[in-house]
Design a protein around this ligand. Structure first.
Ligand SMILES: *[C@@H]1O[C@H](CO)[C@@H](O)[C@H](O)[C@H]1NC(C)=O
Ligand SMILES: *[C@@H]1O[C@H](CO)[C@@H](O)[C@H](O)[C@H]1NC(C)=O
Ligand SMILES: *[C@@H]1O[C@H](CO)[C@@H](O)[C@H](O)[C@H]1NC(C)=O
Ligand SMILES: *[C@@H]1O[C@H](CO)[C@@H](O)[C@H](O)[C@H]1NC(C)=O
Ligand SMILES: *[C@@H]1O[C@H](CO)[C@@H](O)[C@H](O)[C@H]1NC(C)=O
Ligand SMILES: *[C@@H]1O[C@H](CO)[C@@H](O)[C@H](O)[C@H]1NC(C)=O
Ligand SMILES: *[C@@H]1O[C@H](CO)[C@@H](O)[C@H](O)[C@H]1NC(C)=O
Length: 427
């Protein structure tokens, strides 16, 4: 059992509390899905075959990306079922970790806390705010008589990302002494990096470390001029959910917070040249010069989503894109967006979960079944992961089946659901 700065996790998956929570969760998913999707799903209009854009394509400055990866962590009950992510397990001894403590990255430090009913409020089934928690516990563990601090790391399975817009809904821990990293990574010389140190956050200020690791020089200890900056936010990022984002196009790398530009680099000599993947990490090695720590308590970094829209370096995926976009354009017709490119919603302000209507919750193309906005994309959806790109038509089928099943069940149970009673455990 973990008692953290935000919630108490269950002692085990078999606990009745967990099951009860799961029943309520299923019920609320059904009711949400039925409310949002059942009626429109009767007449879906395909769209987005030609990609997703930052800014509308009618605007002079915009960027189009062909592929997407969206994880709505407020709905995820079991991360191992989500094949987009590879939670990591590894160790660095204290010397290699550059701290008084070693680092031990563990699956147990990744704890889903799915929403009970996001249409009501943001509560997770274990209390606290719904989302995926990456823990750094206070107490070190001993490995061969050396002290290690446990941490958590998620890497995307896909490593074909080349240019894109990458976004994470997060809330930092209240305990000083950890580092939260969100970055695109090829190797130590090609990396677009954001790091938040919880010791650099107080009631009035949070510092955000932005770094571009370049192929032309500089090191972790000494960055090249123009590749490192510290942005300052006038609030405490452990109070509420916020969004960090970076956009990487052939012309610029720009970092944003809650949709507001923090910093841009346009010297393309410094830009990455190879494809890479996304990493989210929460860790401490006790080194006072960076992470600080160990944290005073069991610290939880909360993630509510990752959304990535990117171009693929994989020839198979490029061919998929050309085929689906070509076919859609050939079919013509005034369906969906005229040019088959969908603009990625980029609201200014923090993501909101409490006190907003369902359509004001953070947006996911892959949850928007009615819009049919992820045709032939390999996306994780509540009905299960579609296999590979080759099996992609199955995902459209799965969505249809899912819609039928969920809408059917919802109709059957509608009276109980709308009565708001605790959902009986029938499953
Ligand atoms: C989505 O669009 C594709 C391509 O036009 C189509 O084949 C598929 O049937 C649509 N799926 C749904 C659920 O409408
Ligand atoms: C989107 O538009 C804004 C100005 O409205 C611009 O600053 C930004 O660079 C554009 N983004 C892209 C990726 O073109
Ligand atoms: C969230 O809503 C549920 C009802 O759906 C309610 O029981 C619970 O008290 C609410 N939690 C908070 C923190 O408001
Ligand atoms: C809060 O943090 C900022 C940046 O680290 C620092 O300049 C400021 O003095 C701190 N304020 C308090 C009250 O500690
Ligand atoms: C992404 O790839 C598409 C298809 O090749 C291309 O049209 C688009 O310009 C690329 N986007 C960026 C930002 O380079
Ligand atoms: C871009 O960065 C390289 C490497 O640091 C530097 O030599 C060059 O002068 C920079 N170009 C501009 C326009 O600043
Ligand atoms: C979807 O992908 C499959 C396999 O790559 C392909 O056979 C099919 O034609 C594609 N459909 C569209 C609408 O692009």
């Amino acid at each position: 059992m973990w008692q953290t700065d935000d919630f108490i996790s269950p002692s085990g998956r078999n606990g009745m509390a967990w099951l009860r929570g799961y029943g309520v969760l299923l019920a609320s998913l059904f009711s949400l899905v039925s409310r949002v999707y059942c009626l429109p799903a009767l007449s879906p209009s395909p769209s987005c075959e030609c990609g997703y854009s930052v800014n509308a394509t009618s605007e002079p400055e915009h960027a189009v990306f062909t592929d997407l990866l969206e994880s709505d962590f407020t709905r995820i009950t079991d991360l191992s079922a989500d094949t987009d992510w590879r939670p990591q397990v590894w160790e660095l001894n204290p010397d290699a970790a550059l701290g008084p403590f070693g680092r031990a990255v563990r699956l147990q430090a990744v704890i889903p806390n799915p929403a009970v009913d996001l249409t009501a409020n943001s509560s997770g089934i274990y209390g606290g705010h719904a989302g995926l928690n990456l823990l750094v516990p206070h107490d070190p563990i001993l490995i061969k008589n050396l002290k290690y601090l446990i941490g958590a790391e998620l890497d995307t399975a896909r490593s074909d990302m080349f240019h894109g817009t990458f976004r994470i809904g997060y809330r930092t821990t209240k305990y000083p002494g950890t580092c939260f990293g969100f970055y695109w990574y090829h190797d130590d010389k090609q990396e677009i990096d954001i790091e938040l140190l919880s010791r650099q956050s107080n009631d009035s200020t949070t510092l955000v470390n932005l770094v571009l690791h370049t192929p032309v020089g500089g090191t972790n200890q000494e960055a090249l001029p123009g590749t490192y900056t510290v942005a300052s936010l006038p609030y405490d990022t452990s109070d509420d959910i916020h969004e960090l984002r970076f956009d990487w196009t052939p012309a610029a790398i720009s970092w944003y917070h809650d949709g507001t530009l923090l910093w841009t680099i346009t010297n393309t000599t410094l830009f990455p040249r190879m494809p890479g993947h996304i990493v989210v990490t929460h860790w401490s090695n006790g080194n006072p010069l960076w992470s600080g720590g160990p944290p005073e308590g069991n610290s939880a970094l909360l993630l509510t989503y990752v959304k990535a829209y990117f171009n693929s370096s994989d020839p198979t995926r490029q061919a998929d894109y050309n085929r689906r976009c070509g076919a859609a354009k050939a079919a013509g017709g005034n369906v969906g967006e005229q040019d088959r490119v969908c603009e990625i919603p980029s609201p200014v302000g923090p993501p909101r979960y409490d006190g907003v209507s369902a359509d004001a919750l953070p947006y996911f193309f892959s949850n928007d079944v009615a819009r049919n906005a992820t045709v032939n994309q390999t996306v994780y959806n509540p009905a299960g992961k579609s296999g590979a790109a080759a099996a992609a038509d199955l995902s459209a089928l799965a969505v249809v089946q899912y819609t039928v099943i969920v809408c059917g069940l919802t109709l059957m149970f509608a009276p109980r659901l709308t009565a708001g009673a605790a959902f009986p455990l029938l499953f």
